[in-house]
Design a protein around this ligand. Structure first.
Ligand SMILES: *Cc1c(COP(=O)(O)O)cnc(C)c1O
Length: 433
């Protein structure tokens, strides 16, 4: 591991003090952006041929690593190092396969106003910053991050807020980017204040990798600013247990002490964390630090990520090794973000083996096959969504009258639909001929 002292030695400029090292502004002004900066900081060297290929990659997908994150690389075996692989460009990023897309999740297509993606009925994704302190090599929004054309202006942010104001079904706003915590405290404070003025916004979420790559940004001042705007939730992005350093743990402690429920979204990455033992350790360390594992993502079909992809079977194998084996709250939901904007689809192992009207046959994590006896009598509740006449008592003043869609709609008695049919079904088209 390279310490800040080593940085001091390798640096011909003024030596850095521990105080400077722990100052997030120092970290940002001293970010590693070129191969030679990386070489002089870490002592790792590349051949001329390697440099050429890396340069080509950087030209397409820029390099940016905080000295803090780079200091976690273990130099001796850097080629297999999970920190190195997430931070340092690989020529493999230039391989674009047939199925790769620049915007696989259709975040731009599902955008009613610039910076907003409104995919789900009651919540929106709101991109408020395009800056990141570290450019993750596996970023799904590689196309946008750091690009001056995509910097959200104040005007654009106001338009996003206006959209949220005008749509009262939005009860959850998810701030992302880039990294929202790259914004100055007072600017973020302003955005949160504006969102809090909207009565139908119940919760605000922040998606940020800052606790992992620049933990010194989590200052007492930031935590107490965020605390003013509760309920605020924060999802971060740890992928490997080695990222949970003392500094990262300290950042998480500050956020948790400010009453912010913390979640983690990891991405399953070949050569980084595609291992049941690594994932178990990661999730156990997270809960030890009051972070609830939220999602484990299958790697997206974004351009330049093919070398990071694993088969879905690897994710199932990992979940199989967690459920039952460790605390239930240390198990994330494994999801595939559907290409084409279908949203997150949970894919978990199967536990139901078979069933009759009388019994369900299940298996547990140990492989024991067991049965659950269904109730002898169950009075089915006819549900036409006419809640006023129902024996069950919802009786909430503001209970939402919501249109049901999708599978939920098929399951209710509220309408006569018996199937969902994809557009362009030839058999049905023949009927109208
Ligand atoms: C992930 C995501 C959300 C939030 O989804 P949750 O399952 O509620 O965490 C909202 N909007 C978009 C576009 C997303 O990608």
């Amino acid at each position: 591991m390279v310490s800040y002292q080593a940085y001091t030695k390798g640096n011909t400029k003024k030596p850095v003090t521990l105080e400077e090292w722990k100052d997030h502004k120092w970290q940002l002004t001293n970010s590693i952006k070129t191969i030679s900066q990386f070489e002089s900081f870490t002592g790792i060297t590349f051949t001329e041929k390697e440099c050429k290929q890396i340069e080509k990659t950087i030209h397409k997908f820029p390099l940016n690593i905080t000295p803090y994150y780079a200091s976690l690389i273990e130099k001796g075996n850097y080629r297999n190092d999970p920190i190195f692989k997430q931070a340092f460009p690989s020529p493999a990023e230039l391989k674009i396969s047939r199925y790769d897309m620049t915007d696989p999740l259709h975040e731009d297509k599902d955008s009613p106003t610039k910076g907003i993606t409104h995919r789900y009925p009651d919540r929106v994704l709101f991109l408020v910053s395009n800056r990141c302190s570290m450019y993750c090599r596996h970023c799904t929004r590689k196309r946008k991050v750091g690009d001056p054309d995509h910097i959200p202006s104040k005007e654009q942010i106001l338009q996003g807020i206006q959209y949220i104001k005008e749509h009262n079904q939005i009860r959850d706003v998810l701030l992302s980017g880039g990294d929202p915590l790259m914004l100055p405290d007072n600017y973020l404070d302003w955005i949160l204040t504006e969102l809090r003025k909207i009565p139908h916004v119940e919760v605000i979420r922040i998606g940020s990798r800052i606790p992992v790559v620049l933990p010194y940004r989590i200052t007492d001042r930031l935590a107490s600013m965020l605390k003013k705007h509760h309920p605020i939730w924060l999802n971060t992005h740890f992928n490997h247990p080695r990222e949970l350093t003392h500094s990262a743990q300290e950042a998480l402690r500050k956020l948790a002490d400010a009453g912010i429920p913390l979640g983690n979204q990891s991405v399953l990455l070949a050569g980084v964390n595609d291992c049941p033992r690594i994932m178990r350790k990661l999730n156990q360390k997270l809960v030890q630090n009051r972070v609830r594992p939220y999602y484990l993502f299958q790697c997206d079909l974004s351009e330049g990520l093919s070398h990071f992809r694993t088969p879905i079977g690897k994710g199932i194998e990992i979940i199989e090794s967690l459920v039952g084996h460790t605390s239930g709250f240390a198990v994330p939901t494994y999801v595939i973000d559907a290409p084409g904007g279908g949203g997150k689809i949970p894919v978990m192992p199967n536990y139901i083996i078979s069933w009759s009207t009388n019994k369900v046959v299940l298996r547990n994590y140990e492989g024991i096959i067991t049965t659950y006896k269904e109730p002898d009598s169950y009075e089915p509740i006819f549900c036409d969504r006419n809640c006023d006449d129902c024996v069950l008592q919802l009786k909430l003043e503001e209970a939402d009258v919501r249109k049901t869609i999708g599978i939920e709609r098929l399951l209710t008695d509220a309408n006569d639909d018996i199937s969902l049919v994809p557009n362009g079904n030839l058999r049905l088209e023949r009927r109208t001929e």
